[in-house]
Design a protein around this ligand. Structure first.
Ligand code: SF4
Ligand code: SF4
Length: 114
């Protein structure tokens, strides 16, 4: 039985700082046409993805990081979740190490449609 099955949750970060990235800097970078996806129903909040990422660019954060959203349903869903996952797209190399490490197959590597 996992932590979430018992109604318990691990300690999660709330001391993060989100900054806007310069768009011109982003345009100079070449990224693979891939992205990391998460199936939340499968996540057991083990934080293995955080631990294994060589670039430290995936984080499990407190759900109240989301304070506003264009779609109210998104806001309700985010704030009622056990955690919010953030990937720093500027740093993520799509190496998929987190995907390989995830014990419940909650993470997956997708292809960005052209
Ligand atoms: S794909 Fe690689 S770089 Fe990106 S979040 Fe996962 S482990 Fe980190
Ligand atoms: S490794 Fe998988 S199950 Fe564990 S916290 Fe990350 S996404 Fe969730």
């Amino acid at each position: 039985m996992g932590l979430t099955d018992q109604g318990l949750h691990p300690e999660i970060y709330d001391d993060y700082k989100i900054e806007t990235v310069d768009p011109s800097w982003l345009q100079e970078r070449v990224k693979p046409k891939r992205h990391i996806g998460l199936t939340p129903e499968l996540c057991i909040l083990c934080r293995a993805c955080e631990d294994v990422c060589p670039w430290e660019c995936i984080w499990m954060l407190a759900p109240d990081i989301i304070t506003d959203a264009e779609n109210p349903e998104v806001l309700t869903l985010a704030q009622s979740s056990s955690a919010t996952f953030i990937i720093d797209d500027n740093e993520c190399t799509r190496c998929a190490i987190c995907v390989e490490r995830c014990p419940s197959d909650a993470l997956w590597l997708g292809r960005v449609e052209q």
